[in-house]
Design a protein around this ligand. Structure first.
Ligand SMILES: C[S@@+](CC[C@H](N)C(=O)[O-])C[C@H]1O[C@@H](n2cnc3c(N)ncnc32)[C@H](O)[C@@H]1O
Length: 216
């Protein structure tokens, strides 16, 4: 069931921000481009972004991986409107389907007519999804054999000055963003439960974190 309160919150945050979101986040959301460059879906493979926002990442993925079919979900209809415009502007509309869905319980069969994806990526969205561990476990069900989930998000700022960490976490909390301290153990637990291979590592002195799961 779609969580309309959370969807309304996201719409409220992004209704105006979406018009300058990409410009203001360019250097701030570290690790996105590296993650996209490493997606390497199989030829003709299906790539899904959960929490696709303005569509910025899907446009880059579409350019980097010309054979891929692109799918995106977001709980914010405002963000989706911007994302659909971005895909059309990039000439990728015929390869992309973007639908409103809640990361915690979306039904890919109903939204996209398919149950499995070769690559699923989640970029700076788990830190905005209250029930983020449920969302990650939900996504893991939809990995095709040989598929991978890739995650990038804010880290714990643990190798940066304490003053920076306090100020930055305060500002993120004001924006409804909570860096997930338990991301590594949650990935490890999911890997144990599902038999997938998990990975997680900190980037840029703890500013960001990269993780994921791979199905053999
Ligand atoms: C910080 S933005 C990141 C956008 C994009 N992934 C990027 O890297 O630029 C977080 C996005 O997650 C979406 N989001 C938050 N909670 C969600 C949920 N439960 N299900 C789907 N999308 C969600 C928001 O609407 C927003 O577009």
């Amino acid at each position: 069931m779609m969580n309309d309160a959370h969807g309304s919150l996201m719409d409220g945050i992004y209704r105006y921000q979406r018009h300058f979101y990409d410009f203001t986040r360019k250097y701030f959301l570290v690790g996105r481009d590296e993650m996209i460059a490493n997606l390497a879906p199989p030829p003709g493979g299906a790539v899904l972004e959960i929490g696709c926002g303005t569509g910025r990442n899907l446009v880059l993925a579409g350019r980097a991986w010309p054979g891929a079919q692109l799918f995106g979900i977001d709980i914010s209809e405002a963000m989706l409107e911007t994302a659909r415009g971005a895909m059309a502007k990039a000439g990728l509309a015929d390869r992309a389907v973007l639908e409103r869905g809640d990361a915690r319980d979306f039904d890919p069969e109903a939204l996209f007519g398919r149950r499995a994806f070769d690559r699923i990526f989640i970029s700076y969205a788990l830190s905005m999804i209250p029930d983020w561990a449920t969302a990650l476990a939900h996504a893991a069900q939809f990995l095709a054999p040989g598929g991978r989930i890739e995650i990038v998000d804010f880290g714990q700022q643990d190798r940066l000055p304490g003053l920076w960490k306090r100020a930055f976490f305060g500002w993120l909390a004001y924006s409804h963003v909570v860096p997930r301290a338990d991301l590594a153990p949650v990935i490890a637990g999911l890997a144990r439960e599902t038999g997938m291979a998990g990975h997680c590592c900190s980037m840029a002195r703890g500013y960001a974190i990269r993780g994921g799961l791979a199905r053999t």
